[in-house]
Design a protein around this ligand. Structure first.
Ligand SMILES: [Mn+2]
Length: 323
C-alpha cells in the first residue's frame, strides 16, 4: 500500500522545480530530522528547495544535521513553489499553509505517522505503525534506492531517537531497530547523538526536575503519582516553553516508572493563568491516559498524553488545588 505512494512522491519530486519543505510549529526532533534530511536529499539532486518553520529550530542538533537554511514561514512566498511538503505532525502549521494557498497551483504532500490527521493534501503518506516520520522517510529512501548520506542518516536517527525517547517508548518496533541499525551502517554516530543531543541537561533544567521530584505525591486510592511545577520555579529560568514541555514529559515518564503506579501526572504553571499537564503510563498498567486527557480537553496516545487548562495551582497543605 505504501509502495505506490512512495513511487508517486518520487515522481512528484523528480518533476518538481521549486520545493517547499515545511516543519511543524514548535518543532521537535522528528520534524527537524525529517525536513533537514529531505532538504539535503533534494538539494543534492539539484532541486531548488526551501525549508521553513513557523518557529526556530532548537539548538543542540546542528552538530549532526546536514547543512540547512531555515526560512521563517512569514517570509515565504508560497506562489514560488510548485510542490509543498509537510513532514511530521502536519496538523501543526502545515494546515494553515494548505488552507491559504490556491490548491490548483501546487502539489501538496503530507508525510506523517500520526493517525488522526484531518488534512487532505494531494498525496498523504501516513503509517501509524511507524515510530516516527523519519522512519517513514527512511523507507521512502529505501524504496527509491537512495542510500542516505552520513548527515541524512544522522538526521533520520535524531527523529527516531526523539519520538521513541531513545527506544523507551512502546512505539519502538523490531523494524525501528532494523532501520536504526541501517542508519548506523550509513555512518550515523548513534551513541554520540544520544549523549550530545539528548542526554545533556542544563543546570536550570535540573533545578526544575529537582523541584518536580520533590513535590511528587502518590494519590490514594488510585496509586497515581502527581507532581507540580509552580510558576516561581520556572519564572526566571528563560527556558523556552517547548523545552519546558519536553522536560514535563520526561519527569512524567520517570515518575510512572515507579513500581505499582497506574499513571503519573505532572502539572506545570506555564504562565499566570495556564496549566499544562502531562500524563504517562507504563504499558503493563493498561491505563488509557488519553481518556483522562480528553476529559480535560486534551488528547494523545494511551500511554502518553497531555492537556492544557486555564487556572492557577494553589498549595493546600499537602495537596494542590487548581483555582
Ligand atoms: Mn513525529
Amino acid at each position: 500500500m505504501m509502495a505506490h505512494k512512495y513511487t508517486a512522491l518520487h515522481h512528484i519530486l523528480t518533476h518538481a522545480t521549486n520545493i517547499l519543505v515545511v516543519a511543524h510549529s514548535r518543532p521537535d526532533p522528528d520534524t527537524i530530522g525529517a525536513t533537514t534530511a529531505l532538504f539535503h536529499y533534494l538539494a543534492e539532486h539539484e532541486k531548488s528547495v526551501t525549508l521553513t518553520c513557523a518557529d526556530p529550530f532548537p539548538q543542540g542538533f546542528d552538530d549532526f544535521l546536514p547543512p540547512y537554511t531555515l526560512t521563517p514561514t512569514q517570509d515565504v512566498n508560497f506562489d514560488a513553489f510548485d510542490v509543498i511538503i509537510g513532514a511530521d505532525n502536519i496538523d501543526r502549521g502545515f494546515h494553515s499553509i494548505i488552507n491559504t494557498i490556491n490548491p490548483h497551483n501546487h502539489v501538496t504532500v503530507g508525510i506523517d505517522h500520526h493517525p488522526h490527521t484531518t488534512l487532505h493534501p494531494d498525496v498523504l503518506i501516513t503509517n501509524p505503525a511507524a515510530s516516527s516520520t523519519c522512519e517513514i522517510l527512511y523507507e521512502f529512501f529505501t524504496h527509491i534506492n537512495h542510500t542516505p548520506s552520513k548527515e541524512e542518516a544522522s538526521a533520520l536517527a535524531i527523529g527516531i531517537l526523539g519520538d521513541t525517547r531513545i527506544f523507551h517508548n512502546p512505539n519502538t518496533s523490531a523494524h525501528t531497530l532494523d532501520i536504526t541499525a541501517a542508519l548506523v551502517d550509513a555512518h550515523a554516530p548513534l551513541t554520540r547523538i544520544i549523549k550530545q543531543a539528548f542526554l545533556t541537561k542544563r543546570l536550570a533544567t535540573l533545578h526544575i526536575w529537582g523541584s518536580a521530584l520533590k513535590s511528587a505525591r502518590r494519590l490514594t486510592p488510585s496509586g497515581a503519582i502527581v507532581s507540580v511545577i509552580t510558576h516561581d520555579i520556572i519564572r526566571d529560568k528563560n527556558i523556552p516553553e517547548e523545552e519546558l514541555k519536553e522536560e514535563l514529559k520526561e519527569v512524567a515518564s520517570l515518575l510512572c516508572s515507579v513500581p505499582h503506579t497506574p499513571f503519573a501526572l505532572v502539572l506545570i504553571q506555564i504562565d499566570e493563568h495556564t496549566i499544562k499537564g502531562s500524563l504517562r503510563a507504563e504499558k503493563s498498567t493498561h491505563t488509557d491516559t488519553a481518556a483522562i486527557a480528553q476529559l480535560l480537553g486534551g488528547g494523545g496516545h494511551r500511554l502518553a498524553s497531555g492537556f492544557e487548562i486555564r487556572g492557577t495551582l494553589r498549595s493546600n497543605g499537602d495537596t494542590w488545588q487548581v483555582v
